[in-house]
Design a protein around this ligand. Structure first.
Ligand code: NAD
Ligand code: ZN
Length: 247
């Protein structure tokens, strides 16, 4: 049996699947990741992305932060791809318990997934640093576009994205829910992540089962732990699996 059929069999026989993903899940929607050849790290930015997207840089150079952020992190026209759609489908079928994602693009929810734990937050929410009022991406983006300056709340306060910046701690509730889902999973699918960003990557160590599926275009430090390993683009695996579960 080839590996795609083995994966279908694993998914068919489980009602406790958990997915752990990274930026590679959204590249097929047109959002660049960080570490691929086409990723943000190769785009020749003067200051490395992890410096710009850090807590200190946000407070010290808020305008420069937002110029980078709206140019490179926000893609208003992208759509969920086959991976997002498959995961929503598996949840609907009662097979998948949670999506734990390092992504901040909100595409899992757009595809219809409900149990999504966003370890690094989301570009879809903003909070005012003065009055704590929350607003959405549309509000923040249009404030930035109109003023050609940092996005501001109705009260005039500066808005901060509800994204975990480098140098910031993960949200405690999200940590606990993600760890629990992974620890209790029967099948864990890890995909589209270089697995080098900690503490997020370390969460897969909570898994103690023997059905670890790893799908990534490049090698990772966890390849040897996988029970089923695909070193390829996600669509090559996901499209036939989606076709099977859409019948
Ligand atoms: P990464 O860029 O470090 O690694 C992505 C991995 O996915 C790479 O190993 C690459 O080979 C693989 N990949 C890319 N496209 C693929 C495809 N179509 N099929 C299979 N594999 C593919 O990403 P990371 O591990 O998630 O860490 C980067 C950090 O950047 C995360 O914290 C994430 O929050 C953030 N980020 C998020 C987005 C987003 O929300 N879409 C985009 C860029 C970065
Ligand atoms: Zn305010």
């Amino acid at each position: 049996m080839d590996n795609v059929n083995k994966l279908i069999e694993l998914l068919e026989n489980s009602d406790n699947i958990v997915f752990f993903g990274g930026a590679g899940v959204s590249t097929e929607s047109g959002i660049p990741d960080f570490r691929s050849a086409e990723g943000l790290y190769q785009m020749g930015n003067r200051i490395p992305p992890e410096v710009i997207l850090s807590h200190d840089f946000f407070y010290r150079h808020t305008k420069e932060f937002y110029d980078f952020y709206f140019k490179h992190m926000i893609y208003p026209d992208v759509l969920p791809n086959a991976t997002h759609i498959l995961l929503a489908k598996l949840e609907q079928l009662g097979k998948l318990k949670a999506v734990v994602t390092q992504n901040i693009d909100g595409l899992h929810q757009r595809a219809g997934s409900k149990a999504v734990f966003e370890m690094h937050g989301t570009v879809n929410r903003y909070i005012c640093l003065d009055c704590n009022r929350k607003c959405d991406l549309n509000f923040a983006h249009s404030s930035y576009q109109k003023s050609k300056d940092v996005p501001r709340c109705q009260c005039g306060g500066v808005l901060k994205p509800d994204v975990v910046l480098y140098g910031e701690a993960l949200d405690q509730a999200v940590i606990e829910q993600s760890a629990k889902a992974i620890a209790e999973a029967e099948v864990l699918i890890v995909a589209g992540s270089s697995l080098v960003v900690y503490p997020a990557a370390g969460f897969i160590n909570y898994y103690h089962g023997n059905k670890l599926v790893l799908i990534n275009a490049e090698a990772t430090a966890y390849d040897k732990n996988a029970n089923l390993h695909f070193k390829c683009r996600l669509k090559e695996v996901v499209e036939p699996v989606l076709e099977y579960f859409s019948k």
